[in-house]
Design a protein. Structure first.
Length: 510
């Protein structure tokens, strides 16, 4: 028999209720095949857009129930989850607009030109088509916006791809609720239930990525889990694209001028960012390079006060709590590491926020402190105190890819054309998908210009999982050559019957 799937209260660590059973290989196969059979039903762009909007409306109507279910399984709190639900419905509606506008199809037409050089050009017409069934692996820390109804699902459906979601074990009940809402939205537009499938269980996740009818996958989670799935996707007889968000340190550099001008503000801002959501944001600043002098001391003092005043929090599950406690303990055991505010266990299930300090020279010198350059999931950050610009460069040179990189500059530095600020940006840009000058990286706006990704291990691809261009991950281009107009897809016909924006003979139309 399949193992039961239980909803667990992270505040107590106790089971609440059984909400499902782990899917067998046969059940995964049936779910994927149902999704595959639903592909043609998603072909109509108008239906897809209406489906996404209806889903957003139904989530608004069921908001109180959805938030209650998510809070019971994650302890993230109604306030945080209310904002996350708003983000989720905004994403759904945003992708509905993307579908209606049609620019994501990237239509390009080059008419035949017998006089083109270096060789005559035939009639060529290109657009993008859906890949097929997309496997979505739900995130632990965002039970809505990066899980069953989240950005991967919304963008895949916008592309015309059915999805099968592997539910996260930390919020299986919430996953069932959200899948039900999406299916009700689909039914209102005559779409089959199979457009959104849901499976539970570790083995089901592997069966899903290996299924021959799955054409792509999206993942948000740990480096270990994501890399295992990425390798499985690549090892298939027919490899598939795997868009994984795995882990991120999100380095921050505070210049001496910035610390001198606003040390107290920077300390308070860092504390708020690193403890947001109990430090369980993928964009949490995990390493901060701060000056070693008096200005840096004031920043650390401000950070100490703000973190000390931060209430204890509950992590998403006891396994993550154990990993956090062990990770902090191992880091604190390293030479020259101190803890002005000690992070760790608090009570039976909660954790206390804190931070560690270390001379930046230790991080630059070799691998004995390499652990400090790895993400520690939870409310902790590392403040590395540097003596000069050379130490900043040495530490930055040892960092791997991140979702974000941030620099805080003094007023004069920010206004300077070239110089130290330019050198810092040039050093940080190769490391991250989003570079911030000022501000803090937690919080990822859903906007066309957003990029939520970064060099490995932040992500396994160059694509974004947030914003309108996230839809591009689930499409592939097809070109038709010298094809009679009557045989062309409507998107590519000469008269442009669908009124799509397109590029004709190199000139943008619409």
């Amino acid at each position: 028999m399949s193992a039961p799937v239980w909803s667990v209260d992270p505040r107590t660590g106790k089971q609440r209720e059984q909400v499902a059973v782990e899917a067998t290989a046969e059940e995964v196969d049936r779910t994927v095949r149902a999704a595959h059979a639903a592909r043609d039903a998603l072909a109509d762009r108008a239906v897809r857009a209406a489906f996404l909007r209806t889903a957003a409306d139904l989530f608004d109507e069921a908001g109180e129930f959805v938030i209650e279910a998510a809070d019971a399984e994650t302890a993230l709190g109604p306030g945080r989850l209310t904002g996350e639900l708003a983000r989720t419905t905004y994403q759904l509606r945003s992708f509905a607009r993307v579908v209606e506008e049609g620019a994501f199809l990237d239509v390009a037409i080059d008419h035949a030109d017998p006089d083109a050089g270096p060789v005559p050009r035939p009639d060529l017409r290109r657009y993008k088509v859906p890949l097929g069934v997309v496997a979505v692996y739900a995130a632990s820390n965002f039970p809505l916006a990066f899980s069953v109804p989240g950005g991967d699902t919304a963008s895949a459906l916008a592309a015309g791809c059915p999805v099968v979601v592997k539910a996260h074990p930390d919020h299986p009940g919430t996953s069932e609720v959200c899948a039900s809402v999406l299916r009700r939205a689909a039914a209102r537009h005559g779409l089959p239930e199979g457009v959104v499938g849901l499976v539970h269980g570790f083995d089901a996740g592997l069966d899903l990525v290996r299924h021959p009818l799955v054409s792509a996958a999206g993942f948000t989670g740990s480096v270990r889990g994501g890399r295992a799935l990425f390798d499985a996707a690549a090892a298939r007889p027919v490899p598939i694209p795997f868009h994984g968000e795995l882990g991120s340190l999100n380095p921050v550099v505070v210049t001496e001028s910035a610390a001198g001008e606003r040390a107290e503000e920077l300390g308070a801002g860092l504390a708020a960012s690193m403890t947001l959501g109990a430090g369980q944001f993928c964009t949490k600043p995990g390493l901060v390079l701060a000056p070693a002098g008096e200005a840096g001391d004031r920043l650390v003092e401000s950070l100490t006060k703000a973190v000390s005043d931060t209430a204890e929090g509950v992590l998403l599950d006891l396994r993550m709590r154990e990993a956090f406690v062990a990770g902090v303990r191992d880091r604190m055991a390293l030479p020259d590491v101190s803890s002005p505010v000690t992070p760790g266990e608090s009570g039976e299930t909660a954790v206390a926020a804190g931070f560690l300090t270390v001379p930046a020279a230790r991080l630059a010198a070799g691998d004995d402190h390499a652990l400090l350059l790895e993400e520690c999931f939870g409310p902790v950050t590392v403040v590395a105190r540097y003596e000069d610009e050379a130490e900043i460069a040495a530490v930055v040179g040892r960092l791997t890819g991140s979702l974000t990189a941030t620099v805080h500059l003094g007023d004069a530095e920010a206004a300077e054309d070239g110089g130290r600020a330019a050198r810092l940006l040039a050093a940080l840009t190769p490391l991250a998908g989003r570079v911030l000058v000022g501000g803090w990286p937690t919080g990822v706006a859903v906007a066309p210009a957003q990029h939520h990704g970064g060099p490995y291990p932040a992500t396994t691809s160059t694509s974004t999982s947030v914003g309108s261009t996230a839809v591009e991950r689930w499409l592939r281009p097809v070109t038709f050559q010298t094809t009679p107009d009557a045989l062309l897809p409507p998107e590519l016909r000469e008269g442009n019957p669908l009124g799509l924006p397109r590029r004709v003979n190199g000139v943008r139309e619409g």
